[in-house]
Ligand binder design. Structure first.
Ligand code: F6R
Length: 621
């Protein structure tokens, strides 16, 4: 099983350079080994290396890059979940003659049977991967039978035999002018340049060269050449593919002067929010995009589920408060990995909102499939154009956060909250639970949030200094109530994943039911305060919670609204955020927590873009 980045190229430039540049932009997908194959003369030059891309590049310098002087090639950056990240398991994989090379993302579920079949036929497999079987199968199909001498037909025949999810890119030394790629439930997109064609897991791999892209459908195969491409289904029939123009450019995928992508992405949050909201309020009404659900469908909804993983799940927990308040519909928020295994009560009138930055997360995708089988309507909230989750949903609302390269979600998280809120307002509007002027007011308050986030970003020095101080802490607790509770969970998740520090988020009201036993002298406890005006009762309850933990020696770090004087005596460190409407506070209170986690991680010497054991897209369950 893999979560990987793939790039393939046929054109007029040195393929090795194009492929390595592409891999560099896809490294967020996986970074525990990398490899390249270039068609040279009548052969294939292949190199692969465990570890980061830099290891592969060092190896290429050692062996000499002159041996890779061709204009067609492909590469792979791997994230191993099966088959250790060692050289021999790195892609590309070759057949026994070394004339066929394959890179693969996904899982070939029937690989054990295929492997046994190949071994019975006397093939010696050189790796522990499922992917290698595809290389041998293609080579055998190409050598024999109806598909003999026809690479696209050979790959189609193999794809028909594969079970599971895969993106495959295949080259054969006998066919130096073309590359064949295929996909099932795993991403693959084409880039169309002048006299050059690309295939990749993500447009980031070729955005430097072209913004003209083509989305491939399920069970489709593409043959790329210098002059263009042909899309077929697995039976060789022409298949429809959808061209689109990428609406961001290379600078959006570069660090823009920041030390890490994540720090750049934190700074981009005002723009991500504004872009996500843009165009969704017109003629006094909320409008969703790619709305394949009618107003009547929305009126019929009698229950909402939000399904997602990780930070996206937290965005759902935040939105529950707003959607229930605005629509009076019950909202359940569920981890996608749990959802389909517990037989949730779903029917035609259930709206399932599937939230995913990548649009590829396997657990969320399976939850979508389960919901649709049960006849529920599914609306995807997604940051990736044409990804699998929106494709399989009834409707989609895109977040326009731009590419998120840092593994830890930041700007996509804020954009998800905004998009979830748009869904809530669209429901309230269709159901008439809010008057048009109320919907308009809520939208305008939302539209003021980019400015509020910008204000928070202007005052992060204090948080950074605190981060440096806390870098030696053993653990940090996060407390919140109401919408501040999911913010506490998100703050703890950021710290775990970036700083590898023990961190827990709690609903502050639960403290006395157990977690207060964790409090010991010096333990940093971050508290997200509600507004003293907006939620006076909760505010005073939380003040009592803080005084309890302070009395037990904890170091209290309080995130509170500007001018909140009542909390000041209980705050060892007070971080002020602008006053905003209660339901919108997570959009500002999350920001200092992101900055804090990033700074603690940096002080501890960790790479905040690529935390250990994590990959950006989790395409395995
Ligand atoms: C945390 C983080 C993850 C993702 C989760 C879902 O910082 O990034 O928890 O939020 O893996 O990913 P998507 O949104 O791509 O489905």
């Amino acid at each position: 099983m893999r979560v990987c980045g793939i790039v393939g190229y046929v054109g007029h430039r040195p393929a090795l350079d194009v492929v390595l540049d592409g891999l560099r932009r896809l490294e967020y997908r996986g970074y525990d080994s990398a490899g390249v194959a270039v068609l040279v003369g009548d052969g294939l030059a292949v190199e692969r290396k465990a570890g980061r891309l830099a290891n592969l590049e060092a190896r290429l310098d050692e062996v000499g890059r002159e041996g890779f002087a061709g204009t067609a090639g492909m590469g792979h950056t791997r994230w191993a979940t099966h088959g250790a990240p060692v050289d021999r398991n790195s892609h590309p994989h070759r057949d026994t003659t070394g004339r066929v090379a394959v890179v693969h993302n996904g899982i070939i579920e029937n690989f054990a049977a295929l492997r046994a079949e190949l071994e019975a036929a006397g093939v010696e497999l050189a790796s522990d991967t499922d992917s290698e079987t595809a290389a041998h199968l293609v080579a055998r199909a190409y050598a024999d039978g109806d598909t003999r001498g026809d690479l696209p037909a050979s790959v189609r025949a193999v794809c028909r035999r594969l079970e599971g999810a895969f993106t495959l890119v295949v080259t054969h030394a006998d066919e130096p002018d073309l590359i064949v790629a295929a996909r099932r439930s795993s991403p693959l997109v084409l880039g169309i340049g002048a006299g050059e064609t690309f295939v990749a897991s993500d447009v980031a791999a070729f955005i430097e060269h072209t913004r003209e892209a083509v989305e491939l459908g399920q069970d489709q195969l593409v043959v790329i050449t210098r002059g263009g491409y042909e899309v077929l289904d697995f039976h060789g029939e022409p298949a429809p593919a959808k061209p689109f123009t990428v609406d961001w450019d290379l600078s959006a995928a570069e660090k823009g002067g920041h030390e890490y992508f994540m720090l750049k992405e934190i700074d981009e949050q005002p723009t991500a929010l504004a872009d996500t909201l843009r165009g969704h309020f017109s003629d006094g009404r909320i409008v969703l995009d790619e709305q394949r659900l009618s107003d009547q469908d929305l009126r019929d909804v009698d229950k909402v589920f939000v399904v997602a993983c990780g930070s996206a799940y937290h965005s759902g927990l935040v939105a529950k408060y707003a959607i229930e308040h605005w629509t009076r519909l019950p909202v359940e928020v569920e981890l996608a990995s749990e959802f389909r295994y517990r037989d949730p009560v779903l029917d035609r009138d259930t709206l399932v909102v599937a939230v995913s930055q990548s649009g590829e997360t396997a657990d969320t995708l399976e939850a979508v499939r389960h919901a649709r089988e049960q006849k529920a309507r599914v609306l995807a909230v997604c940051n990736t154009n044409g990804a699998q989750i929106p494709r399989e949903s009834d409707a989609v609302l895109y977040t326009h956060a731009g590419p998120e390269i840092g593994v830890a979600s930041t700007k996509a998280f804020l954009a998800q909250i905004a998009a979830n809120y748009l869904v809530g307002l669209a429901l309230a509007q269709a159901r008439g639970t809010k008057y048009p002027d109320e919907v308009a007011r809520e939208f305008h308050e939302l539209a003021a949030m980019p400015e509020a986030v910008r204000q928070v970003l202007g005052t992060t020095e204090q948080v950074k200094a605190l981060g440096r101080e806390l870098s030696e802490a053993k653990a940090v607790l996060f407390l919140g109530r109401h919408v501040g509770y999911p913010v506490a969970l998100e703050g703890a998740l950021k710290l775990k994943e970036l700083a590898y520090m023990h961190a827990e988020g709690f609903a502050a009201g639960e403290l006395k039911h157990g977690p207060i036993a964790l409090i010991e002298p010096g333990l940093p406890v971050v508290v997200v305060m509600p507004s003293p005006k907006g939620r006076a009762v909760l505010h005073s309850k939380l003040v009592s919670n803080i005084s309890e933990i302070q009395a037990r020696g904890a170091r209290t770090i309080v995130i509170a609204e500007e001018g909140d004087e009542t909390v000041r005596p209980f705050a060892d460190e007070l971080i002020e955020i602008p006053a905003v409407p209660t339901l919108l506070q997570p959009l500002v209170s999350t920001v200092p927590l992101q900055v804090l986690a990033a700074e603690i991680a940096r002080s501890r010497g960790y790479d905040v873009d690529k935390p250990r054991n994590l990959a950006k897209s989790v395409t395995v369950e």
